[in-house]
Design a binder for this molecule. Structure first.
Ligand SMILES: *[C@@H]1O[C@H](CO)[C@@H](O)[C@H](O)[C@H]1NC(C)=O
Ligand SMILES: *[C@@H]1O[C@H](CO)[C@@H](O)[C@H](O)[C@H]1NC(C)=O
Ligand SMILES: *[C@@H]1O[C@H](CO)[C@@H](O)[C@H](O)[C@H]1NC(C)=O
Ligand SMILES: *[C@@H]1O[C@H](CO)[C@@H](O)[C@H](O)[C@H]1NC(C)=O
Ligand SMILES: *[C@@H]1O[C@H](CO)[C@@H](O)[C@H](O)[C@H]1NC(C)=O
Length: 457
């Protein structure tokens, strides 16, 4: 009897503890972000679709061509038969080398905690057999596969990575959308019959832990019915305890409402932010989708990616690294190399990335190549300094660090016996002496992390 009462009480307590959210931003913005997202820090973004077939200009190719941009117009004129349409590209979206297991393992090796897969970009092509997409989806034409489903399954089967989807609200040339737009968004046929059914279908079928919304900017969140959808997501969906969403839910929501903030593409403010944010950037700096004309100078170096990482996590952000697979389903070697380099670096320095939080200082006030984060480990708080350039003569200025007598320096991944000493800097802070390390002693090749124990602040 007692046990029954206890059970009743505790289930009542559980029900009472679950806050219900209302379909308005004031209520939705109160939801605490599930902690895995901040702890995880690193995501992989994948832009794949019919745009991967022309693989010219960018994933905006259809719009580029349709709006009369000469380079896109001439590309079609010079290479395709007369009367070629964008839809004609779909059958060449072959995906014959798509191996979701290989991708999942690559993303795990890269150190990713989550993946955001484009389920549908602005062209409207669904990478899953959507109920509301008629024949403009990956099962009906092109791959003849459920691309979303294969990746979701592989990731869950082989890794601990959280699976997420990107979804574009608008579709450039969908007749339903164009009609709503012509009506000044006073009708909502496109939302009711396409955008929302897709979102519910994606969540129920694939249970994504991230919904990365985009293509929202022409109409309000009221037109998109985003608050209703997110309230369902937070209250009643199968992922209500784990799901996170971004901020692109209507023309008034960016950088203001939602779960975490993406603000602009490649957002990277360089200063501490009040709310959780994300820096999403493509390794090919000029395109999210695969682009055959890309050149090596347009591709981020690993040094550049690690600089972005340090600058992002020190200010409270996550890093979402984008690659565009080819139409055949390959992640080309230069992208693979970057991801594996990043992963090899993370294997040495992950202690200073996962589960960290911003420290009192984000970047050093004197040394421009030094960024800080903090992390609680074994009951004490350590500070980690990202050294982006090895200092001349090994003399590293850390102007914002107070030199307590117990301050202890070490370098992540270095197991040798050479000492890391320091002395107080007359103008304030500390000067550390990095010992000369030979190529075989140095723990990694690009950026180094100093662990600072027993700091005063
Ligand atoms: C292209 O379309 C036009 C108008 O539909 C048609 O008259 C013409 O024969 C077509 N050309 C080719 C090469 O199919
Ligand atoms: C996909 O890749 C995995 C891992 O490399 C491999 O074991 C498997 O045979 C591949 N599947 C196909 C269909 O090639
Ligand atoms: C898709 O449509 C079919 C047939 O109408 C239905 O059985 C199924 O539940 C729908 N799937 C989703 C996820 O809505
Ligand atoms: C946002 O979109 C709505 C249509 O849904 C429109 O009436 C409004 O003017 C837009 N606001 C801005 C700031 O563009
Ligand atoms: C770094 O810190 C200094 C002062 O502490 C500041 O003026 C500077 O703008 C910061 N940001 C970057 C990106 O260097």
């Amino acid at each position: 009897m007692r046990a029954v009462i206890f059970l009743l009480l505790s289930s009542f307590a559980l029900t009472a503890a679950r806050q219900r959210y209302e379909a308005n931003w004031e209520s939705l913005d109160k939801r605490p972000l599930p902690t895995w997202f901040d702890k995880g820090k690193i995501g992989i973004f994948l832009h794949w679709g019919v745009f991967s077939v022309p693989s010219f200009a960018s994933e905006w190719f259809w719009n580029c061509w349709n709006s009369g941009n000469p380079s896109c117009v001439n590309f079609i004129k010079n290479n395709y038969r007369p009367n070629w349409t964008y839809a004609d590209f779909a059958r060449d979206f072959t995906a014959e080398f798509y191996n979701a297991t290989e991708w999942a393992k690559l993303f795990e090796d890269a150190g990713a905690s989550y993946v955001v897969f484009v389920s549908k970009h602005h062209e409207g092509f669904c990478n899953w057999p959507s109920n509301v997409s008629f024949n403009w989806n990956s099962m009906a034409v092109g791959p003849r596969k459920d691309l979303v489903g294969e990746l979701a399954n592989a990731i869950r089967k082989h890794t601990k990575i959280h699976f997420g989807v990107y979804h574009s609200m608008f579709e450039w040339y969908n007749p339903l959308y164009m009609r709503d737009k012509a009506n000044g968004f006073r009708t909502q046929d496109f939302v009711n019959r396409k955008a929302l059914p897709e979102l519910y279908e994606l969540v129920k079928t694939y249970k994504p832990d991230v919904i990365w919304s985009d293509g929202e900017w022409e109409a309000s969140s009221q037109y998109w019915k985003s608050p209703e959808f997110i309230a369902w997501l937070y209250n009643d969906s199968p992922v209500r305890d784990t799901v996170v969403v971004n901020d692109r839910w209507g023309n008034e929501t960016r950088c203001k409402h939602g779960g975490f903030l993406d603000c602009t593409d490649a957002y990277n403010p360089g200063t501490l932010q009040k709310r959780k944010w994300e820096n999403s950037f493509p390794i090919d700096s000029s395109s999210w989708g695969y682009r055959r004309t890309m050149t090596i100078d347009q591709i981020h170096s690993i040094e550049s990616m690690l600089t972005l990482l340090a600058r992002t996590i020190s200010c409270g952000g996550n890093l979402l690294i984008n690659v565009g697979p080819t139409k055949s389903g390959r992640i080309i070697p230069v992208f693979e190399e970057r991801l594996r380099q990043f992963g090899s670096w993370m294997k040495v320095n992950g202690e200073a990335v996962y589960e960290t939080f911003p420290w009192k200082h984000q970047n050093d006030s004197v040394n421009p190549d030094l960024w800080y984060v903090a992390r609680k480990l074994d009951g004490k708080t350590n500070v980690y300094a990202f050294v982006l350039k090895w200092p001349a003569e090994g003399q590293l200025i850390m102007a914002d660090l107070k030199g307590s007598p117990r301050l202890k320096l070490s370098m992540l991944g270095y197991t040798g016996k050479k000492p890391f000493t320091w002395k107080s800097r007359p103008q304030g802070g500390v000067i550390a002496a990095l010992p000369p390390l030979s190529p075989s002693e140095i723990p990694c090749n690009w950026a180094w992390v100093l662990k600072l124990e027993n700091t005063l602040e």
